[in-house]
Design a protein around this ligand. Structure first.
Ligand code: UD1
Length: 433
């Protein structure tokens, strides 16, 4: 159990680099299975989800070595195509190994993936795409068996631009004979990163960033090097933290174009934002103006992952901000905790109305999911007094050195890994009511 102790009220000031992208790293790690030799990846964030992906690769027979932010994966010895439930359950992105295994071995056996509980997270679109490519897939009691099958290029139309289904389709298409067209594809920057990496491996892929992808062949190269792009949600998290607390933050080594919708609303809320190439500087007076409606949508729309973060930043804004969540049905899991801190959030179906309050007060909270937990930290930083956040490890799944990074910016907080934290938690709950 991780315990965050936050004493809110400090302004955030300073400069920091953005970590490598979690959501780009995970499909790229799965794609390493397509390389007959060694891949060198740079700027790989130290995250629990990344560790889970590396363990899956080792389980399948890869040799994995990490040196600082570099990871070397030698996939020459791949000797398995089954992933046990204990590894599958550790994250949602484990499902992307299905397309990669089909491309490498022509078969796969795995179970349903884990990940944040944000509502129904079916994989029907993943299976639809893989079946169009000729995969013979059976599902029974949570087990997915892809029988040995020869993949053939095909025309696939996704009825919704699912990021995961697009990634699975793209990976499997690299192992198919003939050309594949994927229409209705997701346009997220993580798809562009995966395309760039597949090209480095020898794939002929084009169209990433648009709704149509074309895969026309794959001539594997013996080795490849690649640098993971910056994490647009980690960048958005830090910007929302500074917006809500007040201060001045400069983020380096990122691509502000990837989170322009988040910048748009922060600007509308009263923050001053200056973008220059791979940097962005945000200045905030602390008390913001309400914005909205903020409607989550597939890229280039407002990211569902940033919804809890912007909500936390706007808790003390003047006026009423409106959010509409269109991607996941259970994506307001942060709301009860934000209310405990004094936030006024009214939920009505897919809509959330945030009426700005004068002040927030520290409280004892439990992290519910990765971005919801981050939102609680942001709200705690903007609250008066002490917030204790108990987290079963959600935050470590997606944020690298989050506590140190916030401390460097002036936040007053500590993070402890506890075996048994019952004592302090009961005490703090009593103190804060
Ligand atoms: C989603 C986000 C992505 C984010 C990631 C991590 C969108 C569109 N996608 O990707 O930007 O980085 O979470 O938090 O915002 N769906 C189906 N059947 C499927 C697959 C998905 O019905 O086979 C539905 C889901 O239930 C959900 C929506 O499609 O309502 C989005 O799913 P998808 O893009 O696949 O989710 P992730 O890949 O997890």
């Amino acid at each position: 159990m991780d315990i965050w102790r936050i004493r809110g009220g400090a302004r955030l000031e300073g400069e920091c680099s953005v970590q490598g992208s979690k959501n780009a790293s995970l499909p790229i790690l799965a794609a390493c299975l397509l390389c007959p030799g060694t891949v060198e990846l740079r700027r790989v964030p130290r995250l629990r989800d990344v560790d889970a992906a590396l363990q899956i690769l080792e389980h399948l027979g890869c040799r994995v070595r990490r040196e600082g932010d570099q990871v070397y994966i030698d996939a020459s010895g791949v000797n398995g195509c089954e992933i046990p439930p204990a590894l599958m359950e550790r994250m949602r992105s484990s499902v992307i190994f299905m397309g990669a295994l089909l491309a490498r071995c022509g078969r796969a056996r795995l179970s349903l993936p884990g990940g944040c509980r944000l509502g129904k997270r079916p994989i029907d679109l993943h299976l639809l795409a893989l079946r169009r490519l000729g995969a013979e897939i059976e599902e029974e009691d949570g087990e997915i068996r892809c029988r040995p099958s020869k993949l053939r290029g095909a025309s696939i139309r996704l009825p919704f631009p699912s990021v995961g289904a697009t990634e699975n389709a793209l990976l499997a298409a690299c192992g198919a004979e003939g050309e594949t067209l994927i229409r209705g594809a997701a346009r997220e920057p993580e798809i562009v990163a995966l395309q760039d990496f597949l090209r480095a491996l020898g794939a002929r892929v084009e169209g990433a960033g648009t709704a149509t992808l074309r895969v026309s062949g794959f001539s594997p190269r013996a080795s490849a090097r690649f640098r993971i792009p910056a994490d647009r949600i980690a960048a958005s998290t830090l910007l929302c933290a500074c917006a809500g607390c007040g201060g001045k933050l400069c983020l380096k080594d990122c691509d502000p174009g990837h989170f322009s919708t988040v910048l748009h609303f922060l600007n509308q809320a009263g923050c001053v934002i200056i973008q220059k190439h791979d940097r962005v500087t945000l200045s905030s007076a602390g008390r913001l103006r309400a914005v909205g409606p903020v409607v989550t949508a597939p890229y280039p729309g407002f990211p569902t992952d940033a919804q809890p973060l912007l909500m936390a930043a706007l808790l003390r804004a003047e006026g009423e901000s409106v959010f509409r969540e269109t991607i996941f049905e259970n994506r307001y899991r942060q709301v009860p905790a934000l209310r405990r801190l004094g936030g006024s959030v009214l939920l009505c179906g897919r809509e959330a109305r945030v009426r700005g309050v004068e002040r927030l007060r520290g409280a004892a909270l439990d992290a519910t999911d990765l971005r919801g937990g981050a939102a609680m930290i942001l709200a705690g930083l903007a609250a008066e007094g002490e917030t204790l956040l108990r987290d079963e490890g959600h935050l470590a799944r997606g944020y690298e050195n989050f506590d140190a990074c916030l401390r460097d910016l002036g936040a007053d907080l500590s993070l402890k890994h506890e075996g048994d934290c019952h004592g302090i938690f009961v005490q703090s709950t009593q103190n804060h009511g």
